[in-house]
Design a protein around this ligand. Structure first.
Ligand code: IPD
Ligand code: CA
Ligand code: CA
Length: 275
């Protein structure tokens, strides 16, 4: 849900780290879009079973790192393709192209996801869809925005009747029975379940109230870091599906408005006990 245009002014004074994240996301997004027409012809390497990376992912990441390094040469970086680099109280967490499989199929639902953690706490996040040019952004304590306008999570408090996002596993070793048990619990309750293929956008959509909630197992920090800040600043909550620890590290995430997040988490835990 986007609130009034009057909110724009209040949110236009962006934190310098969020400014850099936005500039980096746009630079990477422009590169991704320039290559969209030929995405089905790119040379693709396989990182694992059904896990792909193209030269576009790699170049997008290099562009992001370049923009950050130009301003902040000493900051630490954790990026999907390049891994961890450096130690600093500010750590950037980067997914240069979230939704690579969609991109390679010219399915226009993918994003650039960039977060900045300050002294171990997620503080800034940007999720940019270069195809729609929608930019979701948030800084700790300053609210969440979509293209400069304030957004809020939906008010739908229950799994019953909710529109939910999720992700299905596709890698060797993924626990398929666990995922099917969760679907078995939730499907009869929910109004709908969507598997759109870019976790960062799923979370951004929760923040904007387009989805009431989201859950997925086995994600990486770069899939969720920016989205978690945006959900929180939009009045929502993210939690570990098992109810303990930080989903940034565990990768097992449930998100929504606080009531729905807690309820959906309970449903998921019930399904885990029965699987
Ligand atoms: C993937 C997407 C997808 C999720 C996968 C992620 P990638 O990221 O976020 O929605 O289900 O688990 O790995 O590989 O396209 O950056
Ligand atoms: Ca990803
Ligand atoms: Ca990626």
């Amino acid at each position: 849900m986007v609130t009034s245009a009057a909110d724009f002014a209040a949110f236009s004074a962006m934190h310098p780290l969020l400014n850099v994240a936005t500039a980096a996301a746009r630079a990477a997004g422009n590169h991704i879009i320039r290559n969209f027409e030929r995405a089905d012809q790119l040379e693709v390497k396989q990182k694992g079973r059904n896990d792909f990376v193209s030269e576009v992912d790699q170049r997008a990441e290099a562009l992001i790192v370049e923009v950050i390094r130009e301003k902040y040469p000493d900051h630490a970086i954790l990026a999907e393709e390049g891994g961890a680099d450096g130690e600093h109280e500010v750590r950037w967490i980067i997914d240069p192209l979230d939704g690579t499989t969609n991109f390679l199929h010219q399915l226009p639902h993918f994003a650039v996801s960039i977060a900045a953690e300050v002294r171990g706490e997620l503080a800034h996040g940007v999720v940019y869809n270069p195809f729609s040019q929608e930019l979701f952004a948030a800084s700790k304590g300053a609210g969440a925005t979509l293209d400069g306008r304030k957004i809020r999570v939906s008010k739908h408090a229950h799994t019953e009747g909710a529109l939910l996002g999720t992700g299905f596993p596709y890698r060797k070793g993924d626990d398929f029975p666990k995922i099917l048990a969760a679907l078995g619990e939730i499907m009869p309750l929910a109004a709908g379940i969507r598997r759109a293929g870019a976790a960062s956008l799923d979370l951004a959509y929760v923040a904007a109230g387009r989805l009431d909630g989201f859950w997925e197992f086995n994600l990486a920090p770069w899939d969720v870091a920016a989205g978690m800040v945006i959900v929180k600043e939009a009045g929502g909550m993210s939690a570990d599906i098992h109810g303990k620890g930080n989903p940034l590290n565990s990768g097992n995430i449930v998100a929504g408005n606080p009531k729905l997040c807690v309820e959906l988490g309970g449903v998921l835990q019930r399904s885990l006990r029965s699987s």
